[in-house]
Design a protein. Sequence first.
Length: 191
Amino acid sequence: MMLVGTWSSLTWHWRAGRCPRRFDAIAEAIRGQNGSSDEYAPDEMAAAILALTWDTGVKARALLLMDGTLELNYRDGRSSDVGTISKCWEVDPEGYGSAEARPWDDVRALVTRVVLDSDFSGVGMTNFGYFFHSMRNLVEVVGFEELSGATCLDHLFTSCGRLETIWATSFDASAVTSAAYPVNGCYRLVG
């Protein structure tokens, strides 16, 4: 394939959906690293690449995926086994004292599913108070056994009115010392 024309005509072709595939791959790689869903014209890619920050090191992370899944994992670097990352936040290993203190609080209405990856228990967290509070569109939680050993489950799923299913292969609640209203307002949840 030969590209002929100026950058402005190439940009026009890009935005009109007639861009060479190699630019699509570069733009997808940029979005994968910065967690954005932005579209990039070829003349915007250099600046976007220079603005990238590298999220490395073993950390607890909350990832909002394009399909509305909130994935929690503990690994080296930002990655998902479940889907395409839209946004990413570090999880404070000490937990949160309110729903507003969670860095993902501003996207809570977008979350329809939570996946706790099998590596998440490696964080060693014990305070899960308010973790999923007021996620009004949350329907399903997968991997709840990863919270075994928790001491605080206060308001964990409070006001998650559409929550129907919490999947767990097992759950050890013997360490729980505080569980104020963990499922208050979860009217579709049946046991």
